[in-house]
Design a protein around this ligand. Sequence first.
Ligand code: COA
Ligand code: MG
Length: 293
Amino acid sequence: MRSLLFVPADDAKKLDKAMASGADAVIVDLEDSIPAQGKADARMRAAAFIKDAVEAAHRPRLLVRINGFTTGLADADLDAVVPARPDAIMLPKAEGGADIIRADAKLSAREAVAGLPDGHIKIVAIATETATALFLAGTYSGASARLEGLTWGAEDLSAELGAQANRADGRFLDPYRLARALCLAGAAAARVQAIDTVAVDFRNAAALRRETEEARRDGFTGKMAIHPAQVPVINEVFTPSAAAIASARAVVAAFEANPGKGTVGIDGVMYDRPHLERARQLLARAAAAGLTS
Ligand code: COA
Ligand code: MG
């Protein structure tokens, strides 16, 4: 998933637009974009939308962001949306692997009741929204085969920390750069996708591009969006270029031509095992984007 577009569950027009936005995934939101009095209605709308949308022939992945475990709303959210068969749920305010095990159990029970295959619904966790969560970012490994990605957030964390701001001159400040790095390392340790947080300043295309390029550089493989205009930029940045694919192929070919060798030289540059691993990851992303077979 290169781009994951958020849509408030109570906005039918935006839900339709999101389906046609080109995003790799649509995240139907029951959490922060829905006010307390609208939660019950929003979860019914989310279920009705997902039930239809999963039947579409060419469609994005369909996620539902439920409310966090401490709100008392998560069980009713899952009761409503699991029978509609979303591809994944997004768990906000996750606090480590223990919360993923808990979400897994809740999903398993509901999948059984709804007659869905056990493990069908995957989990993407927002791993840095509380202070406690930062200290648990390394605990996701092995929690559940459902876990497919970790992402991070700066807004809830800044409230939790009592901060006055999370950015200065458009750049994240240190506590949020730490959260971003912990998300990246936690995802790599758990061998799941690392997904960058949203750019809230949705009219600023230059800032979005810079942030997305920095995310790709550091190892993220996707980024969340809040507006359809952000989707093409994110998709472009996370789609491997023809040149990058060619050089990854050259690295793989050089190792294949020298079986048993730990290092190879190509055009006067040394490549070793980490380069081979990176080349394979890039080719896997290119294949996922439909660029290679
Ligand atoms: N998904 C799908 N369509 C969206 C969209 C989204 N996230 N955000 C905007 N659009 C649509 C609008 O409905 C509008 O459609 P129209 O041209 O047919 O009228 C078009 O894109 C242009 O929207 P624009 O006027 O630029 O923005 P807006 O003022 O309508 O909406 C937001 C701004 C921030 C309220 C809106 O982008 C939004 O709701 N984003 C998601 C918020 C969210 O889910 N937050 C929780 C996660 S942080
Ligand atoms: Mg939030």
